[in-house]
Write a protein of this length. Structure first.
Length: 352
């Protein structure tokens, strides 16, 4: 019998695949993922053939053993055939492609070397960690909404009041969470483990746009009599305009639907007990948070006019200030939680 020890760098961890008992067929190969390391299946082994029934690449092994805290990542739909699958404390086989896969073995044991559910070996059918919690969706706006024009006065035929700042636009909606996928396990004897089929979380909506600044009121030049007809015409130019309202944040994306694991076991060979050595987490992904609203535009500054009273004294009349309008334009909400998944054990005779 030949023996080889293969080393490679994978997921920034040192991967040990040992020992590899290389005989005449791949079915005589043991795949052992060393303690505290991780590996990507299709980077360390080649499939032996393709299953014609479901068109899955087939990896044939003698024993598949994950040592303490080891992780085997599976990035594409596969069928893994092994005599025994042993998952030691804290180890995990993680299917993160979101489609269908198959595990087929004589013995499946996910409770080796552990007596607590927190350290059970696990099988995970859920998005890759980088997709489980989507990256923050950045703002889609290059800046605030347009500012309102300032008041001006050239003549009684050419003047205008200050204009309100532009309202901000609504943020973009977050993407829905990634779907988990499906796994069928066929085992003649089943000894439990921890099984995850969680959907990906929805993405938070992007921020709303800031409102534009309000226009400034005019300091009307000159000295005016209180009843002067020209002043009566243009006096509104003293007043400042409101800032624009902020845009609402985008809607949070809906959580991804959780997956399904069906465990088919030969009758009387199911040695698992729920909540003792068999645990399930089948939650749908959390809905994404609503995006943050933008900031309200700054109100404009008021202008003024100097008014003569009874030919005796002058009074400065200041225009009204603009208002800061904090109520966002548009609506938003958190995303809905994704549909819950299923992990079921079915006792029935297995095909040879």
């Amino acid at each position: 019998m030949k023996r080889a020890v293969a080393w490679s760098l994978c997921f920034s961890c040192l991967l040990a695949v040992f020992p590899v008992h290389a005989q005449d067929s791949l079915s005589e190969t043991d795949l052992v993922i060393a303690q505290n390391t991780s590996a990507l299946l299709n980077q360390i082994l080649e499939p032996s053939h393709t299953d014609k029934e479901n068109n899955l690449p087939v990896y044939q092994l003698r024993d598949l053993i994950l040592q303490k805290n080891a992780i085997l990542y599976v990035s594409q739909p596969v069928k893994i055939q092994a005599r025994n699958i042993f998952l030691k404390s804290g180890s995990k086989i993680h299917f993160y492609h979101g489609k269908d896969s198959v595990l087929q073995c004589e013995i499946f044991h996910g409770a080796l070397d552990t007596t607590t559910f927190q350290t059970l070996g696990s099988v995970s059918v859920e998005p890759h960690p980088s997709l489980m919690n989507p990256a923050v969706l950045p703002s889609t706006f290059s800046g605030p909404a347009g500012s309102g024009a300032d008041a001006f006065y050239n003549s009684t035929r050419d003047w205008a009041t200050a204009k309100v700042g532009g309202n901000g636009g609504c943020g973009a909606n977050g993407r829905s969470g990634v779907l988990a996928g499906k796994l069928n396990i066929y085992a003649h004897s089943f000894y439990g483990g921890m099984f995850y089929v969680r959907g990906g979380n929805g993405q938070k909506g992007s921020p709303g746009q800031d409102g534009g600044n309000g226009g400034n009121g005019l300091h009307i030049p000159g000295q005016w009599e209180a009843g002067n007809s020209v002043y009566q015409t243009v006096r509104a130019a003293r007043h400042a305009a409101d800032g624009g309202r902020p845009g609402a944040g985008g809607f949070g994306g809906n959580g991804g639907s959780a997956g399904t694991i069906m465990i088919y076991v030969t009758p009387k060979n199911n040695y698992s007990k729920k909540n003792i050595n068999f645990f399930v987490d089948a939650q749908g992904g959390s809905g994404g948070e609503a995006g943050n609203p933008g900031q309200a535009g700054n109100p404009g500054s008021p202008g003024s006019a100097l008014i003569e009273r009874d030919g005796m004294f002058y009074e400065t009349l200041t225009g009204s200030s603009g208002k800061r309008l904090n109520d966002p334009v548009g609506q938003t909400s958190v995303g809905a939680r994704g549909r819950a998944g299923t992990v079921s054990i079915i006792e029935e005779p297995l095909k040879p």
